[in-house]
Design a protein around this ligand. Structure first.
Ligand code: AMP
Length: 237
């Protein structure tokens, strides 16, 4: 079996650039991008049962219950385009979600995009999101009435108000930081760490470069170690 990274987790607070860096990972490794926030917003837009249940949590800046999000993620993973792997953007956010995904598919790498709370506020309060495809841009870069390349309209996300940003950030520190600490200690089947921490403060280009280079280093290292140990793996643990 050819060794390649299969399931990569992108973790970090809102506005840390997780979506942007996930797209670069998709291009490089040919995996599919699974954004839990976008899946939830799609469910809300399509007025599904799960979407209706999730909406009040999202509007308040709280995490939706594990049961709902795990169900949505597992369903998405069963789609054909996810068979070669995925980069998870915004998932897992709780220890229970983390354990569930490790058990379900295994994890090749975890990238933690670390930025300060001040920068989160600065970025989140000044961003616009395409209603249709979910891509993000800064208010200062979009002219009034300008549409996204996909034809969708840019809007301020309902959960990008100051109050909700603060709630989400508090949840990140309280609930998701322990997940970061958990992954820091995870060792794969080759005895290698799977955790990478990136300073996500710089420009998109420089952080993107750093994310890809760090992943490459991690995978090349695990490949070498696997060869040495006579093991050939698909990188999923
Ligand atoms: P995001 O687009 O990743 O910032 O997510 C938007 C909102 O969706 C979050 O503030 C949560 O309310 C909800 N959400 C997204 N992913 C998860 C998750 N893995 N677990 C629980 N809630 C989530």
């Amino acid at each position: 079996m050819k060794q390649r990274p299969k399931y990569i987790i992108m973790i970090g607070p809102q506005a840390s650039g997780k979506g942007t860096y996930s797209k670069a990972i998709v291009e490089k490794y040919g995996v599919v991008h699974i954004s839990s926030g976008q899946l939830l917003r799609d469910n809300i837009k399509n007025e599904t049962r799960l979407g209706k249940k999730a909406k009040p949590y999202i509007d308040a800046g709280n995490l939706v219950p594990d049961k709902i999000i795990i169900k949505i993620i597992k369903k998405r993973l069963k789609e054909k385009d996810a068979k070669d792997g995925a980069v998870f953007d915004g998932f897992p956010r709780t220890l229970s979600q983390a354990r569930s995904i490790i058990k379900y598919v295994g994890v090749s790498a975890v990238v933690y995009a670390n930025i300060s709370d001040e920068i989160v506020f600065e970025r989140a309060a000044g961003r616009l999101t395409c209603e249709n495809c979910g891509s993000i841009s800064g208010v200062k870069y979009i002219k009034q009435g300008q549409k996204c390349a996909c034809g969708g309209e840019y809007k301020v996300r309902e959960d990008d108000t100051k109050e909700v940003i603060a709630r989400r950030l508090a949840n990140f520190h309280e609930i998701t930081k322990p997940v970061v600490r958990f992954f820091e200690r995870v060792i794969d089947a080759q005895g290698q760490k799977i955790f990478i921490e990136i300073d996500a403060t710089g420009s998109i280009e420089s952080v993107n470069k750093n994310v890809l280079a760090s992943l490459e280093k991690l995978f090349n290292y695990s490949k070498k170690e696997a060869k040495k140990a006579g093991k050939v793996t698909d990188g999923t643990n």
